[in-house]
Write a protein that binds this ligand. Structure first.
Ligand SMILES: Cc1cc2nc3c(=O)[nH]c(=O)nc-3n(C[C@H](O)[C@H](O)[C@H](O)COP(=O)(O)OP(=O)(O)OC[C@H]3O[C@@H](n4cnc5c(N)ncnc54)[C@H](O)[C@@H]3O)c2cc1C
Length: 501
């Protein structure tokens, strides 16, 4: 049963939330709870009457990896697709991401001789997920998981997305379960810009400076469009749409939402400014409900891409006191560990192996772009300790112990496996600080990604993907997979409606 909201309750909710506009009817004349009825001509300040100036089959709000991926199937099926983004550029936080994509069995991997069967991997992964208890719908999660491989193959073959050849890093000890963009870490434009261009070539329209502010519903409460405001000139645009996909990202930058729903990270600063949870709030205004809002999300460093260098080269990470505190081959975990230890910052020490390694493009980019957080080259550990302002005796003791583990072939302190190698002078070190950067919690959806209300009934015409919904995984490739789920779902719904007409 699809929900058309009871008109009286709907209007009450609409007035309370301010995020819903009713077509063909002003929000007046509704006496509720014994209050007095509004008079003819009364209106809410700031709410212009609805005037649809544009119309589309599929409207996608948000142009990150989830929104772009959601557009692929409807565009390819010949539907009219519009993508809208509040910013003056597309790509969302997906463009800023490090670019680590955990995918099995893609063509890019197969070309390098790396075999892998996503279905087999899912069989192993599913029980782990089930045990965690964070997944409400294993069928949805499975689809998201399996579609990651389809996504990688399609964006490469049909849109010209560039992945870094695995031959660059497959024999270095780096994980081959990771796909990276074009020139390596930090080059997400090499994957997503071709997708944007390809979507436009196939007929999609991408509108920037369009911030979604309200759902537009008909007099029965059925969603029929979206109101946007151009942040540069406050101009309002009302778009009529048969299906709307909300792909507005997470809520990690919304301090009020983080404090209320994810207090674990309320005292951390946000790394970015765009993930304001607007889609979350908009969907709630039409009856959507939240799930898993407090699900743990790891922290990130202000030098996000540097954070994941540990997968690709040797490095040693130390506290401000010069002591190791983390398994550096899982260096993605260091911001969390630093946060838990209450460290304001930590250091990542590296040498020429990373500088000349498979991620050299990214290493150079960060060394040039973040020179204020970099020390080195230093010829001795004493010189390095002085530059880092850490006690030299601690740093030297740390390296003595670490080198002993390398000689023994076993890191007894932290279990490091990848790149358990001695560093050589000249040494360099980057200073990191922990930030919050993503959230998992979001809107409850049905298996086809359609938004549901508190009783689990689908809300007509609205779908969610990417970091707006908990089971997407809030990482690049699962968010892409979740975009495909939504794209396929709206195509199926439009086809069914078309054949019913
Ligand atoms: C620095 C950093 C590094 C990361 N590195 C990795 C990594 O290596 N691997 C990985 O798997 N994940 C990584 N992540 C996480 C990953 O980037 C996100 O999970 C993913 O990009 C979210 O995709 P999305 O499409 O849901 O949202 P986004 O990419 O954030 O896109 C949402 C879009 O919606 C738009 N929008 C929001 N509100 C509105 C509105 N009201 N109206 C119109 N438009 C709106 C935004 O402007 C934005 O363009 C990283 C994240 C960050 C911040």
């Amino acid at each position: 049963m699809e929900t058309t909201l009871n008109r009286r309750n709907f209007l009450k909710g609409a007035i309370a939330s301010g995020a819903v506009l009713v077509a063909g009817s002003a929000l007046v004349g509704c006496a509720s709870n014994g209050g007095s009825a509004a008079a003819e001509g009364d209106s809410l300040v700031g709410y212009q009457p609805i005037e649809f100036s544009e119309e589309t089959d599929v409207l996608i709000v948000g142009t990150g990896i989830a929104g772009l991926s959601a557009a692929m199937d409807p565009v390819e099926a010949g539907y009219k697709v519009m993508l809208a983004d509040k910013r003056d550029t597309y790509g969302g936080e997906s463009f800023m991401a490090c670019g680590v994509m955990n995918i099995a069995g893609s063509q890019a991997q197969k070309r390098a001789g790396i075999e892998g069967d996503p279905a087999e991997k899912w069989e192993k992964y599913a029980p782990v997920l089930e045990q965690k208890g964070e997944t409400d719908d294993m069928e949805y999660k499975k689809n998201v998981y399996l579609y990651q491989t389809e996504w990688a193959d399609r964006v490469e073959a049909d849109y010209g997305a560039q992945f870094q050849p695995l031959d660059d890093y497959k024999d270095t000890g780096a994980p081959t379960s990771m796909l990276l963009p074009g020139r390596g870490l930090g080059d997400m434009t090499a994957v997503l810009t071709p997708v944007v261009n390809g979507l436009e070539e196939k007929g999609a329209v991408i509108e920037l400076n369009r911030k979604a502010t309200n759902f537009i519903v008909d007099s029965e409460g059925t969603v029929i469009g979206m109101r946007f405001v151009d942040p540069t000139n406050d101009k309002i645009v009302d778009v009529k749409a048969k299906k709307i996909i909300i792909a507005t990202g997470g809520f990690s930058c919304n301090q009020v939402m983080v404090s209320e729903y994810f207090p674990e990270q309320a005292r951390m600063c946000p790394l970015t400014v765009y993930s304001m949870g607007e889609g979350h709030e908009l969907c709630r205004s039409i009856g959507g409900t939240y799930a898993h809002m407090d699900m743990h999300a790891n922290l990130m460093s202000d030098l996000a891409q540097v954070t994941v260098w540990g997968y690709f080269g040797r490095n040693v990470q130390v506290t401000p006191q010069g002591k190791r505190f983390i398994n550096e081959d899982q260096s993605h975990d260091s911001p969390d560990a630093a946060g838990q230890m209450g460290l304001g910052f930590w250091w990542q020490i590296f040498d020429s192996q990373l500088i000349n390694g498979s991620q050299k493009w990214n290493v150079e980019l960060n060394m040039k772009g973040n020179a204020d957080k970099l020390v080195g080259p230093c010829e001795t550990l004493d010189e390095l300790a002085k530059a880092m302002e850490v006690p030299a005796e601690n740093l030297k003791a740390t390296f003595e112990e670490y080198d002993g583990y390398v000689d023994a072939g076993e890191d007894k302190a932290f279990g490091k496996k990848l790149f358990l190698e001695k560093l050589e002078a000249p040494y360099y070190a980057f200073k990191h600080a922990p930030f919050r950067y993503k959230t998992h919690g979001g809107l409850k959806i049905a298996t086809d990604s359609q938004l549901v209300d508190g009783s689990g009934n689908p809300i007509a015409n609205v779908y969610c993907c990417g970091s707006t919904t908990p089971d997407s995984g809030s990482d690049l490739s699962p968010n892409a997979g979740s975009g495909l789920v939504s794209g396929k779902a709206v195509v199926a719904a439009l086809q069914a409606e078309g054949s019913a007409e």
